[in-house]
Design a binder for this molecule. Structure first.
Ligand code: PA5
Length: 472
């Protein structure tokens, strides 16, 4: 139990409150006034959860899923050198976040023995032909497993990638090619289900109904590639469970997700902080910030009145990485518009310690560093920037992971998902749909000749080719 407590991530709200940043922060008495609304939201979410809804909150407790994922992984382990995820958006960003947070930086370059005989992991979340073509040139297709992930079973990017590799696998392995494919999709609907039946794939994992892409990292979507890389998925889920318990408390001052959702919501709607900057001081967590960007953007950027396309809300998420962005965006953050709320992600302890040797003792600009560590330096930079922003009346929250491991990353993922769901309730929108994404998808389908979009095809062609002026 003591160890568990030691692993708990801390969320420090001081620098987002009015005592530190004046009118740009939130006064505790204002938070107290919102407790009533938070109580209602708490009851709504609890009701939804009790009737089996709010599906992402069930994921940390799915033991049978872990068994199923491990069974599939067992079949592939030792047989393949590469494991490639084909997916996009919520079907890829969580995988990338887990790999970069929890595996060594040069994991794919390690000799197999140092990878515990696990395969190299590639997550292909784009269809850039140069990049995808380069991957296909790089890997031995016969020694590669492909995990096709699509909840809808029809996303054009993923389907196209899949069709390319399916043909290559067929050419290389004949009828045995199905062994190199794992399909992760909806248990019932979508074109991938028809393809599973027609090709006869045996390695099939299900995304529970109600779990949308950006809330699916703790489902088979994120778990299989993690397991293939040797990430302890049980510990990841245990971390998520620990945070889930903390997020079950109704008092906003006891619940980090509720308080963070409320502080972000009030910062946006009352204090003009229309931008939420996620700022890890860790390269390993930089890709988790990308995952957060999608989660916050796609969940909250909505109309409160979708029927009439009115009442547009949503805070724009932005990623920064410390210390790198101190030399890029910090000037804007310090002196540009005071329209942001920052979330620093701190690592209490880094997994490497790098000493700075003593040298040039009498040189002012170099000598002081000797005998310290890069760890000291990056922590000092984070603390310094936090303080400087606070003094410039720019609000921030600091989330500290005592160390970056499966348990703490599991906590962080769950925290941010509950925060997003609660923020959705505060804004009065549905955090779990994405109607705005569909329009772009339909226009792509029409141009690429999908039968059901034939009527749109001519209209799209006309509109795309009508702009002859103002092209320089
Ligand atoms: O979060 C979401 O719902 C989206 O980002 C989807 O994950 C993305 O569009 C890919 O969809 P699918 O998994 O259906 O292929």
């Amino acid at each position: 139990m003591a160890q568990r407590r030691g692993l708990a991530i801390r969320v420090d709200f001081n620098n987002a409150l009015s005592m530190k940043v004046g009118n740009h922060g939130i006064a505790p008495k204002v938070v107290n006034k919102w407790q009533k609304r938070i109580d209602e939201i708490h009851a709504e979410l609890q009701w939804e959860f009790n009737r089996g809804g709010l599906a992402f909150r069930w994921l940390p407790y799915q033991k049978p899923t872990v068994t199923k994922v491990r069974d599939v992984a067992k079949k592939l382990r030792g047989k393949v050198d590469n494991f490639v995820v084909l997916g996009i958006g919520g079907s890829a960003l969580g995988n990338i976040a887990l790999q970069s947070a929890l595996k060594p930086r040069f994991y794919n370059e390690l000799p197999k023995s140092e990878r515990d005989s696990n395969p190299r992991i590639y997550i292909e979340d784009n269809i850039d032909p140069e990049c995808f073509g380069a991957l296909l040139d790089h890997i031995d297709i016969k020694k590669t497993a492909f995990n096709v992930i699509s909840k809808s079973g029809e996303t054009a990017e993923t389907m196209a990638q899949f069709l390319v590799v399916r043909q290559m696998l067929k050419d290389a392995l004949n009828e045995k090619f199905i062994k190199n494919v794992v399909i992760t999709t909806d248990p019932e609907s979508g074109y991938l289900r028809e393809i599973i039946a027609e090709d006869g794939y045996k390695n099939v994992l299900e995304i529970p109904p109600g779990v949308g892409g950006r809330f699916s990292v703790l489902s088979p979507v994120g778990l299989l590639s993690a397991e293939m890389a040797g990430i302890d998925i049980s510990r990841l889920l245990a971390g998520a469970q620990a945070m889930d318990k903390r997020c079950k408390k109704s008092n906003v001052w006891d619940n980090p997700a509720y308080l963070s959702a409320l502080v972000h919501y009030l910062a946006d709607t009352q204090n003009g902080k229309t931008i939420s900057v996620m700022w890890p001081y860790s390269d390993a967590l930089a890709r988790l910030a990308d995952w957060y960007v999608q989660l916050w953007a796609e969940s909250l950027g909505k109309f409160t009145d979708p029927e009439n396309k009115k009442g547009a809300v949503g805070q724009t998420p932005l990623k920064a990485v410390g210390a790198t962005d101190q030399h890029s965006m910090l000037q804007l953050f310090m002196e540009g518009p005071n329209d942001k709320i920052f979330t620093f992600i701190a690592a209490g302890r880094y997994r490497h310690r790098v000493m700075i040797p003593k040298a040039f003792h009498s040189l002012l600009g170099a000598g002081y560093l000797g005998g310290k560590t890069l760890n000291d330096l990056i922590q000092a930079e984070r603390r310094g920037v936090t303080l400087a922003l606070t003094e410039a009346q720019r609000p921030s929250i600091t989330v500290t992971l005592p160390v970056i491991n499966e348990h703490t990353v599991g906590q962080l993922l769950l925290l941010l998902q509950v925060q997003t769901a609660v923020a959705g309730q505060l804004y009065g929108i549905n955090a779990f749909d994405q109607p705005g994404v569909q329009a772009g998808k339909d226009l792509t389908y029409a141009q690429m000749g999908r039968r059901d979009k034939a009527s749109l095809k001519a209209e799209v062609a006309r509109k795309l080719h009508s702009d002859r002026q103002y092209i320089l």
